[in-house]
Design a protein around this ligand. Structure first.
Ligand code: 13P
Length: 259
């Protein structure tokens, strides 16, 4: 982290877990455990049907509501989809795009990820753009080549005034839901590499100001070491975000709770 230049973001990704009726008990349990922090933005990304509930329950606990996906279209005959305008209308501040599960199970292409990020930015919503390599790519030493491609494709046509609004999440596919976390050195190496790509595309200031998160089996135990890396500005957390005590411990690991 480098709190002088960029925001720390701890974002939970609930994926397809938790019922609407479980939000209030979750927040009631989480709220007293959360450290008072001014610099760490705490976000919970929930299924679209639970956005309203999270907005209502999260407000007092200072938890921002995020969504997990958005349509690449503005409006119209796209049964089942949710537009960026619909999310913005409710007050959603963040939305994940290009999560590896969507890329794998719904054939979400880099072109679609780019379109979705642009739709969100048009509505003032921060896209949390996910990138990450497979185990095969890592073993073939293709990690940075793959990530370089994913970042450039996702940000294609997004101008410098809007890059400030974006958050990048580095999520190695082999670390997601496997309990196999990237080492702090691996996370730092790739997050630093991503910042270098942003520097190349947009210049030094935007690169210094953009928040780059790590995701993949981040938990209460390993969070502090990962977050201590200079280019790891936060976390995108799956499993551990479903447990209030674990999620609060990760927020505390940003160091703010120890003041
Ligand atoms: P886990 O923390 O469960 O590995 O999930 C990470 C993730 O995919 C967050 O988007």
């Amino acid at each position: 982290m480098n709190v002088k230049y960029r925001k720390t973001v701890i974002a939970g990704n609930w994926k397809m877990n938790m019922l609407a009726s479980e939000i209030k008990p979750f927040i009631d349990e989480l709220k007293p455990l959360l450290p008072k922090t001014k610099t760490c933005e705490t976000v919970l990304c929930v299924p679209a049907v639970n956005v309203s509930g999270m907005l209502k329950q999260g407000r007092e606990a200072k938890i921002s509501c995020g969504a997990q996906d958005v349509s690449e279209h503005d409006k119209g005959a796209y049964t089942g989809d949710v537009s960026a305008a619909m999310l913005a209308d409710l007050g959603v501040k963040y939305c994940i795009v290009g999560h590896s599960e969507r890329r794998a199970y719904y054939a979400e292409s880099d072109v679609k990820v780019n379109l979705k990020a642009k739709k969100l930015l048009e509505q003032g919503i921060t896209p949390i753009i996910c990138v990450g390599e497979s185990l095969e790519q890592r073993e073939m030493d293709l990690t940075m080549a793959h990530i370089n491609y994913q970042i450039r494709a996702a940000l294609n046509g997004i101008d410098v005034s809007r890059i400030r609004k974006c958050v990048i999440a580095y999520e190695p596919i082999w670390a997601i839901g496997t309990g196999k976390t990237a080492t702090a050195a691996q996370a730092q190496e790739v997050c630093c590499g991503i910042r270098g790509i942003i520097r190349d595309m947009y210049g030094a200031r935007p690169a210094r100001g953009i928040s780059i998160l790590y995701g993949g089996s981040m938990n209460a135990k390993n969070a502090a070491e990962l977050l201590a890396q200079p280019d790891v500005d936060g976390g995108l957390i799956g499993g551990a975000s479903l447990k209030p005590a674990d999620f609060a411990a990760i927020v505390a690991a940003t160091g703010e709770g120890n003041e």
